[in-house]
Design a protein around this ligand. Structure first.
Ligand code: PLZ
Length: 436
């Protein structure tokens, strides 16, 4: 089905069909699965999500930065249909197939760094981060993992330890994996430090509290995602990467949320010319099918023994077919340029909005990864943030919140969203702020 690119509200949000389904969710889905906006989806495409009551919502979430190429993107659908009719699974470790290989070749070609690379394919972002740590430990023969304030890396045991925020990700789920050390990040709105100053602060803590020679890897999101779209001050990323290089530490860029065109570059690291040793990938890689990867320097990636990496489903053939189509679409339609266009369209509007609404204390992001941080009297204002988000939902706009203090509204449209929908979404946001 082709989804018309228009917002349309025919019932309240959520409508009666969705409410009925939500009742059934309460009786059969574990309570631990939270739901942001309980409309039940029947179709989606471009920048629109259609629900069971016939409402059409503008998607500023992309399923948390996944459908960069759009939902049910035609090339992805065709590739999946082709593959699913041929074979659905063999396990690459048992009897391989070329889709897996071609994804690894594509990742070697498109990720930063002009050197020989290897990849391993996995199912989820957290699994990619876990594997990056395994590989770095195997290569360095060291234990310690350094992560940052406001970082998010997943919900498995090791990645919970690496994720900064307690609620809702970690509370009551410990004990957590050892040898994970957290240091300050660069958060210009809150710390006022330059990139090199913030990096010096992080490095001093690593050296004092961990010791450079114990560190296997530093894992850093080039822009913190769940932490609130925290863009580091210029120079922070290069300085951290340089320290890693000088100390035999594997520098891992977690580009799970920032990757595949989202920030206006194929990968966010490239904005400052940073070349990570390893890069963790997921979300935007396969147009919505579950796939993840670790890609990086051949000598590091090849440190684990034969048989040391793997998993039943990693690099599933259908997910690989989807990834090849998604990557092809990102390149042929120059979606990083579309992300820059989205930023150029939305940012001036958000700055203008902020002049009328002082609750908007910071506007940040890059490309189609944009956010506003809300404060009142200089303090984080999660209550207003929640209310604004809910009011947007009621108007048929899918927006997500984020941030350590739950006071960030983030905007992540599919990169194929037509400009008229973005303008309409911005109009809705303005209306909601005016009514607030
Ligand atoms: N690293 C940078 O953004 C996933 C989490 C949603 P998985 N972010 C969305 C939630 O509440 O669970 C993420 C990320 C970065 C790792 C991950 C983990 O990726 O595919 O969710 O495991």
């Amino acid at each position: 089905m082709t989804v018309t690119q228009e917002r349309k509200l025919v019932t309240e949000i959520p409508g009666p069909r969705s409410v009925e389904l939500l009742e059934r969710v309460r009786r059969s889905v574990a309570r631990g699965i939270g739901i942001t906006l309980p409309v039940f989806v029947t179709d989606a495409g471009g920048g629109i999500v259609v629900d069971a009551d016939g409402n059409q919502l503008i998607d500023l979430g992309s399923g948390i930065a996944v459908v960069n190429v759009g939902n049910a993107a035609p090339a992805v659908v065709a590739a999946v249909q082709e593959q699913v009719a041929r074979f659905t699974h063999t396990c690459f470790m048992v009897t391989p197939y070329s889709g897996y290989l071609e994804v690894c070749e594509a990742l070697a070609r498109i990720t930063p760094g002009d050197f020989e690379k290897r990849s391993v394919l996995l199912n989820s972002g957290a699994e990619a981060v876990e594997n990056a740590v395994k590989i770095a430990r195997s290569y360095t023969k060291r234990d310690a993992v350094v992560v940052f304030d406001h970082g998010y890396h997943g919900r498995t045991n090791l990645t919970m330890a690496m994720t900064a925020k307690n609620m809702p990700y970690k509370d009551g789920f410990g004990p957590f994996a050892p040898e994970v050390y957290r240091v300050p990040t660069s958060y210009p709105f809150r710390d006022g430090l330059s990139g090199p100053e913030a990096a010096a602060r992080s490095v001093a803590m690593i050296e004092k509290y961990v010791g450079a020679s114990n560190v296997a890897c530093v894992v850093l999101e080039p822009i913190h995602g769940e932490g609130g779209f925290v863009v580091p001050a210029p120079g922070f990323l290069p300085a951290v990467a340089a320290w890693c290089a000088a100390n035999g530490v594997v520098f891992v860029a977690d580009e799970i949320q920032t990757g595949f065109g989202r920030t206006g570059d194929l990968f966010a690291c490239s904005y400052e010319g940073v070349v990570p040793d390893l890069i963790t990938l997921a979300k935007g890689i396969a147009g919505g099918l579950p796939l993840a990867a670790v890609t990086g320097r051949a000598e590091i990636m090849d440190a684990p023994h034969v048989g040391g990496l793997g998993g039943t489903y990693g690099g599933n053939p259908i997910a690989c077919a989807a990834a090849l189509a998604a990557i092809q679409t990102i390149e042929s339609e120059d979606l990083p340029a579309r992300a820059r266009d989205i930023g150029n369209l939305m940012l001036p509007f958000l700055h203008d909005l902020a002049t009328r609404h002082p609750v908007i204390a910071d506007i940040r992001g890059r490309g189609a990864m944009l956010a506003i941080e809300l404060t009142t009297n200089g303090q984080p204002d999660p209550a207003t943030t929640t209310q604004i988000a809910k009011a947007c939902h009621a108007e048929g706009l899918i927006v997500l919140t984020a941030g350590t203090y739950n006071n960030v509204l983030r905007f992540l449209p599919p990169l194929v969203t037509p400009p008229h929908l973005l303008r309409e979404a911005l109009g809705v946001i303005a209306k909601v702020f005016e009514a607030y």
